[in-house]
Design a protein around this ligand. Structure first.
Ligand SMILES: *[C@@H]1O[C@H](CO)[C@@H](O)[C@H](O)[C@H]1NC(C)=O
Ligand SMILES: *[C@@H]1O[C@H](CO)[C@@H](O)[C@H](O)[C@H]1NC(C)=O
Ligand SMILES: *[C@@H]1O[C@H](CO)[C@@H](O)[C@H](O)[C@H]1NC(C)=O
Ligand SMILES: *[C@@H]1O[C@H](CO)[C@@H](O)[C@H](O)[C@H]1NC(C)=O
Ligand SMILES: *[C@@H]1O[C@H](CO)[C@@H](O)[C@H](O)[C@H]1NC(C)=O
Ligand SMILES: *[C@@H]1O[C@H](CO)[C@@H](O)[C@H](O)[C@H]1NC(C)=O
Ligand SMILES: *[C@@H]1O[C@H](CO)[C@@H](O)[C@H](O)[C@H]1NC(C)=O
Length: 466
């Protein structure tokens, strides 16, 4: 009886061993000591070594790795041997290994730029994308593989671009050179681009030169170029502001420029007119976080001096909203009107590749107001929710109501939260008017709401209960 009874047990055991062995093996195909997460998915093998306090490119990255992320580490030197044996790589992300002092972390100030040995990437014949933002590089690396199609060098110290600096990038399609000279990463000189420096790059479709202290529009650009970003520079404007030029569609005549402007207005008009769907999110959201904050208690964030008048939260993936922010809001508040306001715009002032939450927190803390530019699609997105939550934390924490809401679409009337908010602090809710004649009044209201302190606007009764 006993012998018979133990039989199934050993069978189960053998079966267990048999089915577990292959899966154990499968998880051990790269060294356990590799301080990164490895994920294989179809043909990509993604090695993520974000924020591991690394001082070298780690050993043991699997030979079939296609994407390697090494952002937010302290790697000071890329050697010829750093990526040896990793010929499958198609993307290397080395952002934020030496962020400029004014932007970088205060607990790990980086004062010496990353160094890259000439030719460290040359043997990577499959490499398509290389991100080197936030490393204080003062020159464009040499010895890059000729197959490279994307090179990103934002937030570095590159202030001059000559034709010879780009001679190896024969197949390049996308070049990011922005944020190399602006108030958070000053270079103290005027940005210089040699005439025709980009002309020979026959496959170039996107060139970003935003926030570079450039005083002119670069000339002799390649015919393949479709997008050129020049906002937040020092370019003299003649009537129309030069923020974003869609070269392909607006190149030929003033008629097409007019068409372009008309199309943009049409898209904006469409957004404004479209009617919102039901929305109770506000109410739930507000109640939930009010309770949470009360229960949890909140850590008092050390009050830094505010450096911006307002942080603008918007859906930067939505081209129409993005255009509205950069061409209307930015122009009206920063460039026109008195006093000029200093805005914090994600596309312009954030450090690419650094973690979203740090940027968000810092931007909300460093701004007197947080202005949400809302569409119904955006309200449902995760990015909006996080930002809204953080701005509300400030209300709970410092009793500072920093929130202004701008609706580009019809304001959801049935929301109790919004109704209450309107009663408490009328000026914190604004709607973009579809009638162009009402727009000057809109800008007046927005400006005055931004310049007054939130809780002073509250009804006395509510002030006490808050
Ligand atoms: C990568 O190589 C390992 C073995 O070295 C193999 O187990 C794995 O399936 C490979 N992954 C891909 C996506 O090629
Ligand atoms: C890997 O890199 C390629 C090329 O840059 C990119 O298109 C792809 O999205 C990356 N995959 C992952 C999982 O990051
Ligand atoms: C980089 O190395 C290549 C040969 O690999 C050489 O032709 C080139 O002159 C070097 N460039 C610099 C700036 O040292
Ligand atoms: C451009 O090339 C010149 C001459 O080789 C060099 O001195 C300079 O540092 C390079 N600039 C950049 C931004 O790479
Ligand atoms: C541009 O890209 C095409 C394929 O997309 C390629 O055939 C051509 O050789 C490239 N041109 C240059 C100058 O590299
Ligand atoms: C620009 O000037 C600021 C303030 O004087 C200084 O901290 C910074 O190092 C200078 N930057 C360069 C690239 O010279
Ligand atoms: C922009 O260039 C001017 C000289 O043209 C210089 O005085 C100024 O400091 C530069 N701005 C920044 C942010 O470096």
């Amino acid at each position: 009886m006993m012998i018979l009874g133990s039989m199934p047990h050993s069978e189960v055991l053998i079966a267990l061993v048999l089915c577990c062995l292959p899966s154990l093996e499968a998880t051990l195909w790269y060294p356990k000591s590799l301080p990164c997460d490895v994920k294989a998915n179809g043909n990509t093998v993604n090695v993520d070594c974000t924020e591991r306090a690394l001082e070298n490119v780690p050993l043991g990255i699997p030979g079939n790795a296609t994407n390697v992320t090494l952002t937010i580490n302290h790697i000071p030197l890329i050697k010829l041997s750093s990526f040896q044996g990793l010929e499958s790589l198609i993307e290397i992300d080395l952002r934020c290994n030496c962020v400029p002092i004014k932007i970088g972390p205060k607990d790990h100030v980086c004062s010496k730029s990353m160094a890259i040995e000439n030719g460290s990437f040359l043997h990577l014949r499959n490499l398509k994308s290389l991100y080197l933002d936030g490393n204080q590089l003062s020159s464009i690396p040499r010895g890059l593989p000729p197959g490279l199609t994307l090179l990103s060098l934002e937030v570095n110290n590159i202030h001059t671009i000559l034709k010879e600096n780009l001679s190896e990038l024969t197949n390049i399609e996308v070049l990011y050179f922005g944020q190399n000279c602006y108030y958070r990463n000053p270079c103290n000189v005027s940005y210089h681009i040699q005439e025709g420096a980009f002309f020979h790059l026959e496959n170039l479709t996107l060139l970003s030169l935003k926030s570079n202290n450039l005083s002119y529009v670069p000339r002799k650009l390649p015919a393949s170029l479709k997008e050129l970003y020049l906002y937040n520079n020092n370019i003299e404007k003649k009537g129309r502001s030069v923020i974003f030029l869609d070269v392909q569609t607006c190149q030929h005549s003033s008629l097409s420029i007019i068409l372009c402007v008309l199309l943009t207005s049409l898209v904006l008009g469409f957004i404004t007119l479209s009617i919102s769907t039901h929305l109770f999110l506000w109410d739930m959201w507000y109640t939930y976080h009010f309770c949470l904050a009360k229960l949890k208690g909140y850590s008092h964030l050390s009050s830094q001096a505010t450096i911006y008048d307002a942080f603008i939260v918007y859906d930067k993936k939505d081209q129409a909203v993005s255009d509205w922010v950069l061409q209307e809001l930015q122009v009206h508040l920063e460039e026109q009107g008195d006093p000029p306001l200093q805005l914090c715009l994600e596309e312009r002032d954030w450090i690419p590749g650094c973690p979203l939450i740090d940027n968000l927190c810092e931007s909300i803390q460093q701004s007197k107001k947080t202005v949400f530019i809302l569409t119904n699609k955006y309200i449902r997105s995760g990015n909006f929710k996080t930002a809204f939550y953080l701005a509300h934390q400030r209300l709970m924490d410092e009793k500072a109501d920093v929130i202004l809401l701008i609706f580009l679409e019809t304001f959801p009337r049935h929301s109790k939260y919004l109704r209450l908010r309107k009663r408490l602090y009328r000026r914190s809710l604004l709607e973009w008017p579809s009638n162009p004649q009402a727009q000057p009044y809109f800008w007046h209201c927005l400006r005055s709401a931004m310049l007054t302190e939130g809780h002073r606007q509250y009804n006395k009764l509510f002030q006490e209960t808050l």
